[in-house]
Design a protein around this ligand. Sequence first.
Ligand SMILES: Cc1cc2nc3c(=O)[nH]c(=O)nc-3n(C[C@H](O)[C@H](O)[C@H](O)COP(=O)(O)OP(=O)(O)OC[C@H]3O[C@@H](n4cnc5c(N)ncnc54)[C@H](O)[C@@H]3O)c2cc1C
Ligand SMILES: Cc1cc2nc3c(=O)[nH]c(=O)nc-3n(C[C@H](O)[C@H](O)[C@H](O)COP(=O)(O)O)c2cc1C
Length: 783
Amino acid sequence: MKIAIIGGGPAGLYSAILLKKQRPEAEITVHERNRADDTFGFGVVFSDATLDNFEKHDPPSYRRITQEFAYWDDIAVHFRGTVHRVGGNGFCGCSRRKLLLILQERARELGVTLNFEADIADEAHLADADLVVLADGINSRFREKYIAHFEPEVDLRSNMFAWMGSTRPLDAFTFIFQETEWGPFIAHAYQYEAGRSTWIFETDPETFDRAGLASLNEKQSAERMAEIFGWFLQGHPILTNRSTWRNFPMIRSKRWVRDNMVLLGDAKATAHFSIGSGTKLAMEDAIALADAMQGAPTVAAALEEYEQGRREEVEKTQHAADVSLVWFEHVERFWDFDPVQFAFGVMTRAKAITYDNLTLRAPDFVREVDQAFAKQVRAKGFDVDVEKPLAPMFQPLRLREMTLANRAVVSPMCMYSAKEGVPGDFHLVHYGSRALGGAGLIFTEMTCVAPDARITPGCTGLWNDEQEAVWRRIVDFIHANSAAKICLQLGHAGRKGATKLMWDGMDRPLEQGGWDVISASPIPYFPDSQMPREMDRAAMDRVKAEFVAAAERGEACGFDMLELHCAHGYLLASFISPLTNQRTDAYGGSLANRLRYPLEIFEALRSAWPSHKPMSVRISATDWADGGITGDDAVKIARAFAEAGVDLVDVSTGQTVRDSQPVYGRMFQTPFSDQVRNEARVATMCVGNITTSDQVNTILAAGRADLVALGRPHLVDPGFTMKAAAWYAAEGVFCPLQYLPGKEQIFRNSERDRQEFEELKIKAKPKTRAELKAEATKPLAAE
Ligand SMILES: Cc1cc2nc3c(=O)[nH]c(=O)nc-3n(C[C@H](O)[C@H](O)[C@H](O)COP(=O)(O)OP(=O)(O)OC[C@H]3O[C@@H](n4cnc5c(N)ncnc54)[C@H](O)[C@@H]3O)c2cc1C
Ligand SMILES: Cc1cc2nc3c(=O)[nH]c(=O)nc-3n(C[C@H](O)[C@H](O)[C@H](O)COP(=O)(O)O)c2cc1C
């Protein structure tokens, strides 16, 4: 077999090694345009888990690599004169040059031909190869040559960055967030061998311009960085090696294989440097390719297996990298945070590290985070314990004169079980049991302001006395038997009205017994949905009056809070999104115009609703569709409602148009809450695939939301909050007298379970290489 590899970076060399080990008879050549020791970059970084993988696949190169490595365990975050260190991370760094020399040496030893100073312009003269590996890096010539086939998507990110180096020794992966006269600069720095560290500098484009970096040469910009970070460098210089400032390209390729050619490493996909995974991905691609080649009957079958098997892992890493890079791009959002909360945000930005996970690894750090959170709560006039604070989830929150005992919320969820809009026994038990389960705030399902405002025939309403009486009974039960507060969500279905019950076909039009529907513009939801009538001013006045009347009934029922539903493509959302609003009058066109009617309703409700009671608005912070609402729009929408007196923005997403493309995942809507809260400076509630109390605490402690709503988890577990309270030893959680024995038992058991769990986790955690190295070099204690 003949294998030609274009590119002698980590992906090309490591795949040559693994393939040659597997097929000693194969003729393998690596073509590299540079000279053998002519390499850019400073150090590369690997996690312990990646090194385990290398050890399994080629012990000799693993041994040589690890002999050369610098190990560290801590991440250090420097911000506004403070430093926070978190241990247990298990990372190591090595010089990129040494790594490549080791891989070259190992490849030669195995009989791979290394063809340096060979710039391959055309793969035609490699035509006799059975397999051509395209490992030609981020600017891959061959990916571009076959662009129509590979279909790469290149997302050039806004921040500017440059790879530099220093002689400054470091004993931790170090992030420095530095305020300057031009704006914020960030350094991502780590040591890779004695007396050598990698420094990646990053800044936003405006700060870059203000600092005049565009007109400085490599040496001058290194000097500028040395000035900015001089206080930390302690006289050590900043070094350069092709250290130009660039924008990071996030590359994703639709296809990785073309005939017998396969893309590997940066050529096929990149991952932002802030998660330190570029070289790891490149070498793990090589492992995946070799594994696929091992068993497959033909090269074509192997390449198909490589692409299919590897894609998910690469996309997961890219997703984590995306989340991380977005955090760094928007660092100014957090610039006025308490430093410990800021550091917690850095640690948890990419979702892999959480509140509970940090509690195990760095309990003192998490205690400090909790204390800072409790201090903020105390500053709002609550008499909470700051020395031994409760977890953020169990800290109270006040909105106007309504006080919530904790931050867990039952999200609004239609039960589709009302008759003529009248809630039944099911609703009393449903809402009542969730209140008894300890949640701080319960939202009603979308309760409709008129018969023709309903989504389905099973939706609850609040337009007549009978409905009002049943809602009053539910509210009274909750007030009499729990510490929960209850918020009435009022809505109008708009063009999504007159549809079937969820279990009969969500959003599908009713075949019989439907009613006329209205919307901002006459656009049906499905092509076969009812054509909505465009609202005229008379209809707007009628609906506004219906909202106000329903709110007045809500006040008569005793609801503690009122939410206006402006999300999910229903009537008011249909005004806000340009995808559903094509009006040419004062209610269409610009965002300000599109917001006019929803704001008008909000203002009418705000006047009708008692001034001591809070109001929220639910928005779709993105339509997940081209031309639709984006996170930036959501900030403007939130600001407009805040000016009109909203106390909380309930940040949901999507459901505007049926062909949207949501990106699901754990806590997938939380970044929008984060953006709205920290850019529009308004309190937010986040929601969406949040399933554990650990996630709730992670979100709250990082300042990404003020309240956390859970929908589906509450459908199966009314006692979610009680269980979480037991886990975090939040004794003060409300429990009905009738249930006290259950509370005592779960608190007792949880204390023991938690201890056992922590011991198990600590025992099961293998020592990091940094810990092992520290133990091996520790002087023996005197007898
Ligand atoms: C300027 C720069 C500095 C970097 N510094 C660091 C750092 O300090 N630390 C870190 O962790 N990561 C660094 N990275 C990122 C990291 O190098 C990559 O993520 C990783 O090397 C990817 O490995 P690869 O083998 O896919 O590609 P590369 O390492 O880019 O290797 C591709 C190789 O292909 C060769 N090549 C390209 N085209 C041809 C051709 N037509 N014919 C022959 N040869 C060709 C190139 O010369 C190169 O050697 C840096 C990247 C850049 C661009
Ligand atoms: C059965 C069901 C009914 C829902 N009804 C409503 C509703 O009436 N009003 C609303 O704003 N959101 C509604 N939602 C959306 C939820 O409030 C929540 O935003 C969504 O389920 C995501 O949260 P989760 O992942 O915790 O379930 C509903 C969700 C479900 C599962």
